[in-house]
Design a protein around this ligand. Structure first.
Ligand code: G3P
Length: 217
């Protein structure tokens, strides 16, 4: 299972990279705005900065919502760095753009996916990744993890190569449940990754080992 971090914060990206388990980064316009990155040139530079920190794929989202605009913007993003994956929204023009990019060797991440039908369409169009937003489904009393399971079943039925990228992950249990279901990737905040470390018996056990060592030395 690949671990992506869902942030545009360079310090957090560095921290996750230093842990040695990071496989990539996802961003979106809201995450960019949260870091105060505004203006086209600054945003493009920020994507390159992220690529220079991590080894894996970095999703960069288009702002255009028409086919020509998405193609123009996506091609510009893809040229920035070989690690860039063009993030395209799940809309009709977006599906056309994903198909175009797939035919032209540009990798894509289909974002804002909330149903199995949308995920099926993204795979048919040749998306590299599909991003179901599980946390936002949970927010409206709909089981986000169930959507991951449905997509896994459908993709396995037909051997679709599109990778399931569980997005809008909020906490460590989301990560674990996605791993059990067989999501290819998860993207979440640094806390969702670091939460996997924690167990009180580990802390108690280590404290005792060190205390016992001190007694004999
Ligand atoms: O990867 C999608 C993500 O950025 C959305 O997360 O927490 O805003 O629902 P959230």
């Amino acid at each position: 299972m690949k671990f992506f971090i869902d942030t545009a914060n360079l310090d957090q990206i560095r921290e996750a990279q230093d842990l040695g388990v990071l496989d990539g980064v996802t961003t979106n316009p809201s995450l960019m705005a949260k870091e105060g990155i505004t203006g086209r040139n600054n945003i493009l530079k920020h994507y390159v900065d992220i690529c220079n920190i991590v080894d894996g794929d970095v999703s960069a989202e288009v702002i255009a919502t028409d086919f020509d605009g998405m193609v123009k913007e996506g091609e510009q993003l893809a040229e920035l760095h070989e690690q860039i994956v063009v993030k395209i929204p799940m809309i009709k023009e977006g599906i056309k753009a994903i198909k175009y990019f797939s035919d032209n060797g540009i990798r894509t991440n289909c974002t804002l996916v909330f149903s199995a039908g949308q995920a099926l369409l993204a795979a048919k169009a040749g998306a590299t990744y599909v991003s179901p937003f599980i946390g936002r489904l949970d927010d409206i009393s709909t089981d986000g993890l169930n959507l991951i399971a449905e997509i896994r079943l459908i993709y396995d039925n037909y051997g679709f190569e599109t990778q399931i990228l569980a997005a809008s992950v909020r906490h460590t249990m989301h990560v674990l449940e996605c791993a059990k279901i067989g999501s290819d990737v998860m993207t979440g905040p640094l806390s969702s990754i670091e939460g996997l470390l924690k167990h009180p018996l580990t802390d108690i056990g280590l404290e005792k080992f060190l205390a016992d060592y001190k007694k004999g030395n």
